[in-house]
Design a protein around this ligand. Sequence first.
Ligand SMILES: [Zn+2]
Ligand SMILES: [Zn+2]
Length: 235
Amino acid sequence: MNAIKSIKEILFPEKFTCLFCGREIFHGELFCEDCRKEVFYTGAEICEKCGRRTKERTAVCSYCRGRETYFSTARSPFVYKGAISALIKRMKFGGAKYVAEELVSDALYSFHSIGKEFDFIAFVPMTEKGLKKRGFNQSELIARALSEKTGIEVKDVLSRKEGSADQVGLKRAEREKNVKGRFSLKDRRAVKDKRILLIDDVMTTGATVNEISRIFYNAGAAETCVLTLCCAEVK
Ligand SMILES: [Zn+2]
Ligand SMILES: [Zn+2]
């Protein structure tokens, strides 16, 4: 280790480089000034149901209107674009596990904005093959980081069948069809009468989290809320 770095670590123990570009920063923020321009928060103008940032003030966005949803609320701190979308890809495909831990401080704000109590935290599972290949499940990392901050335990209650790994490039109706029947509960009793917070990294159409919420609902869960690091904007 070089000596200069170690002195900095003593003086600035929490953060001293930008999470996105690695540039030195001398404050406790995650991003440097330039990168902050590429970080988009969902903010206050969001769909009450799914938490997506909406163009105009509206109670329910075009994704949620007329759609059967099995979760009561979904929230995300970030919009899935710019630096955040690049960081999520760095985490998923480049093994940058620290991204989950760093961004979870913002997820904590979204957690508090839901304003509910939960019996446990669940996460969207990967297929066995997918997990072997990547070595970790990013949704589980986020769930465990959030658990450390909130004291709510994480339960590994779901499994995912092979063949459902790739949702990329599919339209909403195709995604909904693609996720049907792909997830199952390891133990139905674990969710009965429980208030569950479901975690994923990204919410695009919401097909995955809705399908899992449906499974929880059918197994007698009291309520499911969803928290993701980021979500796609309403088009
Ligand atoms: Zn930067
Ligand atoms: Zn919505």
